[in-house]
Ligand binder design. Structure first.
Ligand code: CIZ
Length: 301
C-alpha cells in the first residue's frame, strides 16, 4: 500500500513538473521521497534555482512563504495549510512597529522563522547559521532581533552591539528536556552533544557546539567522533543518519515539532493531484519581504 502511494506520488511529480522539497525535521518517509532535504533557506534557494514549475514544500508555512517570496512565478504548494509555526506566529506587524518606534536608531534583523508581512518591515532576514554575520554587517550599533529570544541571546553574546530582543520562542526547542540530555550523556559519555540555538542557554552550557541544522551537518562531517547526541527536532537524527551511516546519532531533549509532522504521504498525493493548497502573498508584501530576504543572501553570499 505504502509502495503504491509512493509510486503514484513519483509518477504525478513528473507529470505535473514538480519538485518535492523536505525540511530536515520532516518524518523519514517524507525525507526519503524528497528531491532535496535541507534547512528552510537552502530549500528556498533550491526552489528558486530549479527548472520545475511546481514546488511541493514539505515543511511549515513560513518556509513555503519564503520559497514563494524568492520564486513568485512558480506554484508553491504546502500539502497541509495548517502546518504553522508558533514561533513565527508570536510576532505581528503593529507590535514590531511599536518596538521600532521605541528604538528609532536600531535596525531590525528578523529570523526567517517569521511571517511574510513582518519580514516586509525588517532591515534583513537571517537564519541560525548566518545571524551573527547579518547582525555584524548591519550599518547600526543597535539591533532589534526577533522573534526568537534564545537565538537573539546567543548572537548578542558574540556581538558588541546593543540588542533589543523580542521575547518569542520555539515551543519545541524552548522546552528541551535538560534531564533527558543529561541521561543521554551518561549513556554515551564519548558522544558530542550538538544543540540548536533555539534551545535555552542552560542547554548550550553542556554542549560541544551550538549550531543550526546546516552547521550540525558540516560539524559531523569534520569531526572524528563516532557518536552524537542531537539537541534539535528529532527528524534531524534521521537526516544525519542517512548522510553519515558510519556514525551513530541519538535524540537529546525530546524535541518534537508536531506541525512538521502534519505533512503526510497521503497529503502530498492529494496536493499533487489537485495542485493545492497554493501559497500566495499580496504582491506588495512579497516585494518588501523579498528585499529583506535578498539583503541576507547578499550579505552571506
Ligand atoms: O531555518 C531552518 O531551517 C530551521 C527551522 C532550523 C535550522 O537551524 O536550520
Amino acid at each position: 500500500m505504502k509502495n503504491e502511494l509512493i509510486s503514484e506520488i513519483l509518477r504525478l511529480k513528473d507529470e505535473k513538473d514538480a519538485v518535492i522539497l523536505a525540511h530536515s525535521y520532516q518524518p523519514p518517509e517524507i525525507q526519503d521521497i524528497a528531491d532535496h532535504v535541507g534547512d528552510s533557506l537552502q530549500l528556498s534557494l533550491t526552489a528558486a534555482s530549479t527548472e520545475s514549475s511546481v514546488i511541493v514544500f514539505c515543511g511549515v508555512k513560513f518556509m513555503a512563504e519564503t520559497a514563494h517570496i524568492l520564486s513568485p512565478d512558480k506554484t508553491v504548494i504546502l500539502p497541509e495549510l495548517d502546518a504553522g509555526c508558533p514561533l513565527a506566529d508570536c510576532i505581528e506587524v503593529p507590535a514590531l512597529r511599536s518596538l521600532q518606534k521605541l528604538h528609532p536608531d536600531a535596525l531590525t534583523v528578523l529570523y526567517v522563522n517569521s511571517p511574510a508581512d513582518v519580514k516586509a518591515e525588517s532591515y534583513a532576514c537571517c537564519t541560525s547559521a548566518n545571524a551573527l554575520e547579518v547582525v555584524e554587517s548591519a550599518p547600526s550599533d543597535e539591533i532589534i532581533f526577533a522573534p526568537d529570544r534564545n537565538l537573539g541571546t546567543f548572537i548578542s553574546r558574540k556581538s558588541d552591539k546593543t540588542f533589543h530582543i523580542w521575547n518569542g520562542a520555539c515551543r519545541s526547542h524552548a522546552v528541551a528536556d535538560l534531564q533527558d540530555i543529561k541521561a543521554r550523556m551518561d549513556e554515551w559519555p564519548d558522544a558530542e552533544l550538538l544543540v540548536h540555538p533555539e534551545t535555552p542557554p542552560e542547554i548550550w552550557e553542556l554542549a560541544h557546539a551550538v549550531l543550526g541544522t546546516g552547521g550540525m551537518i558540516r560539524h559531523v562531517g569534520e569531526s572524528s567522533t563516532k557518536r552524537f547526541i542531537i539537541g534539535t527536532e528529532e527528524g534531524m537524527v534521521y537526516r544525519l543518519s542517512t548522510l553519515y551511516p558510519d556514525r551513530e546519532f541519538t535524540t537529546g531533549g525530546n524535541i518534537y515539532c508536531y506541525n512538521m509532522k502534519k505533512i503526510t504521504l497521503q497529503k502530498i498525493l492529494y496536493s499533487l493531484r489537485k495542485l493545492e493548497p497554493v501559497i500566495e502573498l499580496d504582491p506588495r508584501t512579497r516585494k518588501k519581504a523579498y528585499a529583506a530576504v535578498a539583503r541576507m543572501t547578499e550579505i552571506t553570499g
